[in-house]
Write a protein that binds this ligand. Structure first.
Ligand code: AGP
Length: 615
């Protein structure tokens, strides 16, 4: 949700902070700021509404000189985007500076206490309350900074990833987390780096420590890293080596991360099945399932939890698991599941799907499921993410870092992994016959090449985008496996072009949405040749009879739909269960081109952030 960076070491902090903020800007871009301890001891805070570039312009040539500092890119929760609400926030005496990602739920009560004690808060944020509260605890108790932070956090209700800089202590940096992610990079030469995730750190060191909930880390200029819980228990830092490559965080010649990630899909899908699908031996390997076969073999229900695009991947998985493994599946929005007092049995297997592995609603939902005794399996893209670390087992999607806020390659990687899981379950449970298993195995192995073929033939999509770019609304329709793809296509369009788009089961259109059809309403049908093709053709005729502009994604060689609609994009013929991996690609490109034609920021759409780590 917000991006957090910190540095303590021998080098000038500002360039490291700014570079880190640019790499984290996809997490939030309403405002940006830095705080450094200058060589003369001044606590210098510079912050500005807007993107990091605005902050740099604001700072100009008068660059901060300190060798310890913190930086923040904000996705506004409390208080609109503004200079005064931007982080870092200082305590009342202007001696400490705090940056924070999360929500302090009892900030109003704390604010009242602080105001009563004479504190004058100038912003609308919960973070400024936190800064004043830490300072108040320090002043009233005389505690050393780490102890004051721990004491203060005991009174805090909510989620936080925070870093505290104290003007009186230029040789220390304090970091703490609860529910919001925080990573510490352990560099050479007594250097420490702090990040919301590893992306601002990996250019400097591959050695990281993932802070756990309610842990407070103290970093010193002499190279000491001490971690204690807020209840003051000692924790041994677990240093891990990460495999992230800095090149994977660059645009590599593409105009936007989103376009790069769309075109990376042949590789990311191949990487997501590599080592799991062994065509020669006709075997599938899913250690995350095999190591817990006692649970999976008795599963009476699969509960799939996720948000946004990940929830759409879960809907595809519902068709996969019920079709191939004949296990009842329920797909739930994690945000609904966690609050509705759900019935979860210990015979349930829960699959949590999350690209970032940090989505607060999904993390809370799996914690609830675990409390009810369910086995939880994670499908995540970020190694070492909170959800990946809190599930009983899992499978990484290996799609590589996804920087574009609109999820693309993560979706197809999720669907590919879920397909392999369903095939594996069906094979082991005996619900999937060998012939179909091998057909799916071969088909899946061919998918990366077929995605490449769709990408190579995607030029018409840009021309079609020109026809739709001025639309104010759009309808996406599909049946069966293509219904979740219709939802995903609609989400892509609305989140980056700001056109209101709805995905619907094609059959459902006549129960209401058909009233929306007129010449101004683009309708996108996914009409691949499968068991329900003729039904979709009927739906197309219903829309055509009412003058709707129709784009159809069809199977190569289709002539029937082609004769009925205004625009066609073809995809190669594949098994119905594998088709979502292909039909989603034109949807992704259509939304990309339309958004560009509307002058939208494709990689950082308004109001959005890449990882929603608050509720
Ligand atoms: C998808 O394009 C959106 N960025 C958003 O819906 C996203 O899928 C959702 O927030 C879930 O994120 P996660 O997969 O990281 O949990």
């Amino acid at each position: 949700m917000c991006g957090i960076v910190g540095y303590l070491g021998p080098k000038p902090a500002y360039p490291i902070l700014i570079d880190g903020l640019k790499r984290l800007e996809y997490r939030g871009y309403d405002s940006a700021g830095v705080a450094t301890l200058e060589t003369d001891g001044e606590l210098r805070i510079e912050k500005k509404q807007g993107k990091v570039a605005n902050l740099e312009s604001h700072i100009g040539a008068n660059l901060p000189q300190g060798t310890v500092g913190i930086g923040h890119t904000r996705w506004a929760t409390h208080g609109p985007p503004s200079d005064v609400n931007a982080h870092p926030h200082a305590g009342g005496k202007g001696r400490i500076a705090v940056i924070h990602n999360g929500i302090i739920e009892n900030y109003e009560a704390l604010r009242g206490l602080l105001t009563h004690r004479g504190h004058d808060l100038v912003s609308e944020t919960d973070t400024e309350v936190l800064a004043h509260f830490i300072e108040e605890v320090q002043t009233s108790t005389g505690l050393d900074l780490p102890d004051a932070v721990r004491t203060a956090l005991k009174e805090v209700i909510g989620a936080y990833a925070l870093v505290v800089l104290d003007q009186t202590q230029p040789d220390r940096l304090i970091a703490a987390r609860k529910s919001s992610p925080l990573v510490i990079g352990v560099g050479q030469d007594n250097e420490f780096f702090v990040g919301s995730d590893a992306t601002p750190i990996v250019a400097h060191t591959k050695n990281v420590v993932y802070l756990e909930d309610e842990e407070v880390a103290t970093m010193t200029r002499s190279g000491e890293l001490t971690i204690r819980t807020i209840s003051d228990a000692a924790v041994t830092p677990a240093i891990q080596a990460i495999e992230l490559e800095i090149a994977s965080l660059e645009k590599a010649g593409y105009d936007h991360f989103m376009l790069k990630e769309i075109f990376e899909q042949p590789k990311s899908i191949r990487d997501s099945i590599r080592g799991r699908v062994r065509l020669q031996s006709g075997e599938v390997h899913m250690s995350g399932i095999d190591d817990h076969w006692d649970v999976w073999s008795k599963a009476q229900r699969i509960l799939i939890l996720g948000c946004g695009t990940s929830w759409h991947a879960g809907l595809v998985a519902e068709y996969l698991f019920e079709g191939l493994a004949r296990i009842p599946v329920e797909v739930e929005y994690a945000s609904e599941f966690r609050y509705r007092n759900p019935i979860v049995r210990n015979s349930d297997v829960v699959i949590a799907i999350s690209q970032s592995g940090e989505t607060a609603d999904t993390l809370a939902a799996i914690r609830l499921a675990k409390e009810h005794g369910a086995h939880v399996f994670g499908v995540c893209n970020v190694v070492g993410s909170s959800i990946a670390r809190e599930t009983h087992a899992g499978a990484y999607t290996h799609a590589g870092p996804e920087i574009g806020v609109a999820s693309t390659k993560a979706f197809t990687a999720q669907v590919a992994v879920l397909t392999v899981m369903a095939m594996h379950l069906g094979k082991r449970l005996g619900t999937l016959d060998d012939a179909t298993f091998m057909r799916l195995m071969t088909g899946l192995d061919n998918i990366p090449g077929l995605v490449q073929k769709v990408l190579n033939n995607a030029a018409p999509v840009e021309h079609i985008a020109e026809k739709f770019a001025r639309a104010e609304n759009a309808l996406y329709l599909g049946r069966g496996f293509q219904f979740p793809v219709a939802l995903e296509g609609a989400l892509k369009l609305k989140e980056i072009s700001y056109i209101h788009a709805e995905g619907y089961p094609a059959a459902e259109m006549k129960h209401g949405p058909i009233a929306l059809i007129d010449e101004a309403m683009p309708v996108v049908f996914i009409a691949t040749q499968d068991e329900v093709y003729e039904k979709v053709v009927s739906n197309i005729q219903e829309v055509k009879a009412r003058g709707g502009q129709i784009l159809a994604v069809v199977t190569e060689g289709d002539t029937k739909v082609r004769s009925l609609v205004d625009h066609v994009v073809e995809i190669p013929k594949v098994h119905n269960a594998l088709a979502p991996l292909l039909t989603v690609v034109p949807m992704q490109l259509l939304s990309y081109h339309i958004a560009l034609m509307r002058g939208c920021n494709v990689d950082q759409p308004r109001n959005l952030a890449k990882s929603v780590t608050v509720e």
